[in-house]
Design a protein around this ligand. Sequence first.
Ligand code: ADP
Ligand code: GN1
Ligand code: MG
Length: 377
Amino acid sequence: MKRVEFDFARLRAVVRQFPLLGDVVAAERYGSGHINDTYKVAMNLAGTPLNYLLQRINHSIFKNPAQLMENILRVTEHQWTKIADPDDLDASRRCLTVLMSNEGLPYVRDEDGNWWRGYLFIEKARTWDQIDDNSFAYEAARAFAVFQNQLADLPLPRLHETIPDFHHTPKRIETLDRAIAEDAHGRAAEVQAEIEFVNQRREECGRLIRRFEAGEIPERITHNDTKINNVMLDDASGKGVCVIDLDTVMPGLALYDFGDMVRSAAAASAEDEQDLSLAGTRIDVFEALARGYLSEAGFLNEAELDELVFSGRVITMTIGIRFLTDYLCGDVYFRTHRAGQNLDRCRVQFQMVRSMEQQSDAMEAVVAAVRKGHRAP
Ligand code: ADP
Ligand code: GN1
Ligand code: MG
């Protein structure tokens, strides 16, 4: 998908395809996601300001946006059955609300064939790219567990797989191998150390998939992109308000969701930090995540509980492999703002994996203590 900035007139034409009252007065690029183009749209509703969230869906990555939006509608409507409470005057902040178009669809198309969706703008809450307050980690992990709980009884049919094999680490390694062999941008020589890092861990990368295939770890409905900036925390209380970025909600492993919380929230540095001495995994944040997640994730079986620590390593490894692959392919998947950013992102992920390997025993002890605390007296 070509990266283009949309001017105000074009955005206003998109907004006009939704039955919204009032005047569009401003629009600005919003958030720091790597995939979609997000805009905050300000409206003037007869003198009252009102915001909406408008997103261009990245249709190079999500090949079937209509099916994707079908998933999101089903998910949010199901969440709503769990949330709606006439006494809760703040319920509409607790899950995303999809805007339906003038034609009654959960998306609109523009003249260039782009796909757009709109959401109610969730006010008085924000996302964090990095956190330095462990209570935020606790609340975020808890919110993602609540989300998994809400969807545990989503009626059939199965959700569409918006990106097949999204977290299948061995398949991600195969894609990396192809990118190395092709070396389309002549970058492979420069990343020999990273390739060697992957080579040393090929075997263990398949561990969760093997346990899934053996029937020990169940398939659940999971979020699959539980990055810390995909949960909105309340400005006043710091509590989890709403889980967002639902493009990848589909059948998956709960462990991948926990693992990606560890990767993103327990990072000691920014995801693309260039000074690797700052990168690593913070065990204090890991503990807060484990406490928050297990406070709500009573559905986990023994095998899942046993793999909580490993899940952080394997998902961090997987995302690092994806950043490395994208670097070799010429930075076509993840949005970048400077040369070498995907390689820096990869290196931070691999440094975090090293850090988790070194702290493995301590992290296992944390999980054991948290599990003990959650056992019935
Ligand atoms: P991406 O897939 O590119 O990561 P997201 O759906 O995560 O896109 O949105 C990007 C950012 O926009 C989020 O991190 C969040 O800060 C903000 N955002 C998304 N949805 C809403 C919403 N409904 N209300 C307010 N802010 C939102
Ligand atoms: C992307 O959309 P965003 O920025 O929340 C990516 C995730 C990666 C993440 C790495 C659909 O997430 O899988 O873990 O970047 N989303 C997709 O920061 O590929
Ligand atoms: Mg996001």
